[in-house]
Design a protein around this ligand. Structure first.
Ligand code: X2X
Length: 337
């Protein structure tokens, strides 16, 4: 009798231990990876950091997130980030529309040259019907999008001289991100585009392997691109690169409804915070870039028009790829902004 009692007691203790262990394991497993290309020295990384802070605070530490910057979860190959999230290797990401466009063709919308002339146009697209269509496209590719952030309007820099007309780009070797639309845009402008990751970009600029690059002012400023011989900058606002906060389908399925709401709202709040901050800091960044001796070219309306015309064909080539409906919805939102 006694031995039977002991057996049950031990079994009960053991079962209790197993339950406790599983709980400990599952609470330990509640740390999620968040991939970014840029660290928190940049607004992009700050956006991810803010998201993790808000989630941790609002969930009383139940859900923790750890940011892995510099595309380290995909060995520096930023155009593989989306696939890695889709297959569950990465739990979450704050990613650029450019880097995810090889897997989600609709995201090329933002890279259409000179589609969005100002911030109102960007907000009209992301906050309108086109934005909703894009979120649907991401979701049907196995990733759950939650909110928008902003890398910023991308400006052109080079080491050889001021660029205020397409002819100035003739033959210049320009580093572009690994997305084919950029290849087409820069070829249309007469330049010689070279696709490479961000990790390879600064060394290539420093050694003179390439003559120029394009990135938002915040990236130019923080990464000190001027130190890589880039002393000429053209502010042409040729495209804006929104960021998207997203979660892998597998992780999303494991969340309760309440957790989903919490993670989504934190992403929306972090995104709004970062967008406002990035925009507010722009003019100060421009001043400090000028103070460091960079010659900044501002295009007149007429000069800008010459670039727009030179890249017209890119629209015809890329509209079927992106989806005519989507391009139309975006244009309508921009016209009615
Ligand atoms: O690679 C770039 O140029 C960067 C950092 O802006 C992106 O990831 C799109």
């Amino acid at each position: 009798m006694k031995s039977r009692y002991l057996f049950f007691r031990r079994a009960a203790t053991l079962a209790g231990a197993v339950v406790m262990c599983t709980a400990a394991l599952s609470s330990q497993a509640r740390e999620y990876s968040v991939s970014t290309v840029l660290s928190d020295a940049f607004p992009w990384g700050e956006a991810a950091q803010k998201w993790t802070e808000l989630v941790e605070e609002r969930s009383d530490g139940e859900i923790t997130m750890r940011v892995y910057p510099d595309s380290q979860l995909v060995n520096g190959d930023q155009t593989r980030e989306f696939s890695a999230m889709r297959s569950g290797l990465i739990d979450m990401a704050v990613g650029s529309t450019i880097n995810w466009s090889p897997q989600v063709p609709e995201l090329n919308l933002f890279s259409l040259p000179f589609l969005m002339p100002d911030y109102e146009a960007v907000d009209a697209v992301t906050g309108g019907e086109a934005g909703a269509m894009i979120f649907d496209a991401i979701e049907s590719n196995g990733v759950v999008p939650l909110a928008w952030g902003e890398n910023g309007f991308r400006q052109l820099s080079n080491s050889s001289g001021p660029v205020d007309e397409p002819a100035d780009l003739e033959g210049l070797k320009i580093r572009v991100v690994g997305s084919p639309l950029f290849q087409d845009t820069f070829e249309a402008l007469g330049a010689n585009p070279t696709q490479m990751s961000w990790a390879d970009a600064k060394p290539a600029l420093t050694t003179g392997a390439v003559d120029g690059q394009e990135n938002p002012l915040s990236v130019f400023d923080v990464a000190r691109i001027d130190q890589a011989e880039q002393m000429y900058l053209t502010r042409w606002n040729y495209m804006n690169d929104p960021l998207i906060f997203a979660v892998s389908e597998r992780v999303w399925q494991s969340f309760s409804d309440e957790e989903r709401e919490l993670v989504r709202q934190a992403a929306i709040d972090a995104g709004q915070w970062e967008i406002e901050k990035t925009r507010a800091e722009e003019s100060e960044r421009l001043d400090s870039i000028k103070e460091r001796g960079v010659e900044v070219v501002e295009l007149s309306e007429e000069q800008r028009e010459a670039f727009v015309e030179a890249t017209d064909d890119v629209y015809d080539e890329w509209t079927p790829e992106i989806g005519a409906e989507l391009v139309k919805a975006a244009r309508e939102s921009i016209d009615n902004r």
